[in-house]
Every structure is written in C-alpha cells, then in structure tokens.
Design a protein around this ligand. Structure first.
Ligand SMILES: Nc1ncnc2c1ncn2[C@@H]1O[C@H](COP(=O)(O)OP(=O)(O)OP(=O)(O)O)[C@@H](O)[C@H]1O
Ligand SMILES: [Mg+2]
Length: 294
C-alpha cells in the first residue's frame, strides 16, 4: 500500500478559458486530517471533486488510494465517503431510508441507527429530507459520508450551517475518525475548525497553494505573541517575542502606579491571523472568470 492516501502533482483545471486550478501539488498521508483552506473561488471544491472522480482534470497527476479517480470503478468508491459542498437529496426519502440506501453501496457499512445517532439526528429518523432544517440536512450529509465506514473521507465544508454545539459534535466525530486511522480531506472556512482538527493544511488562493504545513507552524511574519489590555485611551495591543519580559515590565509599572491592567491577555496569533495576512490582496488583483481577457 502506498504511504500516501492522496497524491496530487501539478494539477490543473480549466473551465473554458478560465484556469481555476493552476498547478498544485500536495499529498495526504494515511491517517492524516488534511485541511484545504482558501477564499471563495480559490479552487478547493474543484480540487476535491477531481479527487472524488466527479470532475475531470485538465492536466497533472492524481492518485487516490493508489487509483486514478478518472478511471477507477466501484473498488475505489467503496473505500471513500463524501460530503459534497452541495448535496443531492431524495427529498421524499426519510432520514433512515437515505442512510440505509447509501449503506447498501458499501461492503461492510456501519450500523444505520448508530450512524444517525453519531451525527445527532436521533429522533428525526422518520422525517423526510425536505422537512429537515439546513443544519440537520448537513448532518444527514455527514451521516451519508460515514455510513459506509470508508477509509478515506472527503468533507467539503461539512459544518457550514451547524449551530455551535453541532459543530463541536462534528469535531468529535472527525477526531474519532482519526483515532480509527481514517484519512480525512476537509475544506472549511472556519479556521478554528482547521486549527483544531487538521494535522496539516494548505492554503489555496487563485488556484495556487500559497502556504502549507501544520497549523502551529504557519506563523505570520509579525511577532509571535500579542499582549493586550484596556488602557485609558482604549485597547493597548503590543507584540513581542518575549512575553515574560514584557509582562514583567508592564505589570511592574502598573503596580508602581497603583494601577491594574484591565482585561490583560497574552495570545499567540491564530491560524486565522496567518490566513488573513497571507490571503490579503487588493480586490483588483484577484483572478476571476470575469477578469480573463476574451
Ligand atoms: N463548473 C464550473 N464551470 C465554470 N467555472 C467554474 C465551475 N466550477 C467552478 N468554477 C469556477 O472555478 C473557480 C473555483 O471554484 P471552486 O468551486 O473550486 O472554489 P472553492 O474554493 O470551492 O470556493 P468556495 O469557498 O466558495 O466553495 C471559481 O472562480 C468558480 O467560479
Ligand atoms: Mg467550494
């Protein structure tokens, strides 16, 4: 078995004259949770759906569990679970019927009732898909991706529309998949989610990977700690590589004045800070289908 669940080399995808993916390379190791991040239109869904075999690539090499998804059959499909960004439903099928139906495609599926409970849909088994709320529909998507007990799971914005508690539930489901040594390729706009779950991430912008690595190693060019507190004239924000020294100084000064530093906090830049720094650009520089000369 190849060590990597997914290998992508110099992948390109054009829609007519517009090149949505412009030569990206990355690999996802077995048992890894890998996050694809990037602004709307960056090329994430295009990339994921090429790996799923739903779209044909224009150029480059792709291997998914050792298969070329363009030419793979049932053998690959039965080892993969998918949450698409926009899912097709049988609107009149009930939750139980939908999950049972998809379970039927897989050689050794999970228990249907257990899967429904896993995503927090117990109690809605007899509701029809069209009667579900947006977040409940998304939970059904997740159940459909998991019911086959696949070894590789593609999750394209799996928690969009989830309430905060449902998001935490989904996070624990994804952590559980990792414990079971499943491989997960995740796209998300929630950077706390990526920071929480992903072993490694790649940030895509305009069809190119602009940064990749473990979330904790993607650090912004700016200083590595932020110290802030409420001053008389508003919030004071300081940056430092040595918070011990800085805190000692500013707290001593405050105490000497007989003062307190209100709402004092020390924080590391989050993945969101790094992401915003890396993806910032003037709107005019963005490549969009509309901006391609004809
Ligand atoms: N079927 C298509 N035909 C033409 N252009 C497309 C098609 N699908 C996607 N595109 C274009 O390709 C670019 C990348 O789209 P894609 O859906 O991969 O982005 P994304 O990173 O998933 O964005 P989002 O975060 O909004 O889901 C966009 O500019 C989009 O308009
Ligand atoms: Mg998308």
């Amino acid at each position: 078995m190849p060590p990597n669940a997914i290998e992508v080399r110099e992948l390109h995808k054009s829609y007519g004259r517009f090149e949505a993916v412009r030569g990206i390379s990355f690999e996802v190791k077995r048992g890894e949770v890998f996050g694809l991040l990037g602004p709307n239109g960056a090329g994430k869904t295009t990339t994921v759906e090429i790996l799923e075999g739903y779209r044909e690539r224009s150029a480059g090499e792709v291997s998914v569990l050792g298969f070329d998804p363009d030419h793979a059959g049932m053998e690959l499909k039965q080892r993969v679970g998918v949450v698409l960004q926009t899912m097709g439903f049988y609107p009149n099928a009930t939750v139980r019927e939908s999950v049972e139906h998809v379970a039927g495609f897989y050689p050794s599926p999970r228990d249907v009732r257990e899967t429904i409970a896993l995503v927090g849909l117990d109690g809605t088994e007899d509701k029809r898909a069209r009667q579900l709320s947006g977040g409940q529909r998304r939970r059904l998507d997740l159940a459909l991706a998991l019911v086959g007990d696949p070894e590789l799971i593609f999750l394209d914005e799996p928690t969009t529309g989830f309430d905060p508690a449902a998001r935490r539930t989904a996070w624990s489901v994804i952590r559980r998949l990792k414990e079971l040594e499943k491989t997960v390729l995740l796209t998300t706009h929630y950077l706390d989610e990526a920071q929480e779950l992903a072993d490694r991430v790649a940030i895509i912008k305009n069809g190119l990977i602009i940064a990749a690595g473990p979330p904790s190693e993607l650090t912004p060019a700016s200083a590595s700690y932020r110290v802030s507190y409420d001053g008389d004239g508003g919030r004071v924000e300081l940056e430092t590589d040595d918070p011990t020294e800085l805190l000692h100084r500013i707290t001593s000064e405050a105490l000497a004045r007989g003062d307190r530093l209100r709402n004092l906090s020390v924080s590391r830049p989050t993945l969101e800070d790094v992401y915003l720094e890396l993806t910032a650009e003037e709107e005019s520089a963005a490549v969009t289908p509309e901006s391609v000369p004809t």
